[in-house]
Design a protein around this ligand. Sequence first.
Ligand SMILES: CC(C)(COP(=O)(O)OP(=O)(O)OC[C@H]1O[C@@H](n2cnc3c(N)ncnc32)[C@H](O)[C@@H]1OP(=O)(O)O)[C@@H](O)C(=O)NCCC(=O)NCCS
Length: 338
Amino acid sequence: MASLPNSYAALRSIGAYVPEKILSNSDLEKMVDTTDEWIYKRTGIKERRIADKNESTSDMGAKAAAIAIERSGIKKEEIDLVICATVTPDYFNMPSTACIISKKLDIINVQAFDISAACSGFVYLLSIAKAFIESGMKKNILLIGAEKFSSIVDYTDRSTCILFGDGAGAAVVSATNDKSEAIIDVHASADGTYADFLVTPAPGSVNPANQKMLDKKLNFVQMKGNETFKLAVKTLTKDVIDILKRNNIKSEDIKHFVPHQANYRIIKAVGDALGMSKEQIVLTVQKYGNTSAASIPMAINDIYESGRLKSGDVMLLDTFGGGLTWASALVPFSPKKG
Ligand SMILES: CC(C)(COP(=O)(O)OP(=O)(O)OC[C@H]1O[C@@H](n2cnc3c(N)ncnc32)[C@H](O)[C@@H]1OP(=O)(O)O)[C@@H](O)C(=O)NCCC(=O)NCCS
């Protein structure tokens, strides 16, 4: 028999940071051979945000995190773990972006590290936070998903540059004794068989930085779009059906379905398979594009700031990304009472 957790993990708050600069489909029409109509029809994206050239992933992550901490009602001195999901860290590969964010927020002498799970990063962070809290090792965890994806996009490649944007989202997850506040379940998985579907080939130990690698543009993201699309729909549909079944929860019990914001057609296919109504599905892809690890917390922040996310609302999160990785979670929004 599994032992009882020391305490439960509750999602206390959410925050996000969105860069000011907008890159619209009509801007892209002037940069590559594409049209607003093609992009919107195939992806649902109208525009995306691009960070300033002096703005780093940690700058955006720290801004989102400061908002999440403030909304959590927890003092920053009480945070005992800082974890950041990103594939566009400030530096390849040290120090971690989590360390830099911690310094920017003056949260020092606290464990801090990054994870690399591409677009699944934030839901992977939830699984880590849940495990740390249930084991009794940590009490208040700061989670950040932040990406300056524009730093690894080739703006002459029409098959990728239309998809991605920059931004950051953050959350505080804390220990609670009240089971009704707890993250219900997180399932995260991966299959490296498909590693070449989404890859930035350099710099890394396979292709260390050199002029040849830059000439071949190996520092930019490469994607097998069509193959990724098909696998995403198949994998996500199975994953969300499984997590609902395992927890004996029906689609209609979900207040907000928060899918990874990569492509409207993928979101619609999975939403239809679950029988989700339009009102249940959270959509930000039209205005932010795919912001990778920041996508899910930015979308949750959107419903929070528009007043749609209320205490006790159960969210179904689902995501997939490079690796390939995928993950889903059942998460009630549990702001601190009193
Ligand atoms: C990228 C994506 C929108 C492309 O749509 P698609 O329907 O699969 O299109 P294809 O890649 O098969 O390309 C169809 C045609 O459009 C062309 N095309 C590609 N990008 C284009 C663009 N921006 N504008 C106009 N035409 C474009 C292709 O060259 C191809 O032309 P061809 O038939 O003459 O060869 C889609 O595959 C997708 O969203 N995949 C998932 C990507 C994803 O989510 N990645 C992130 C994972 S976290």
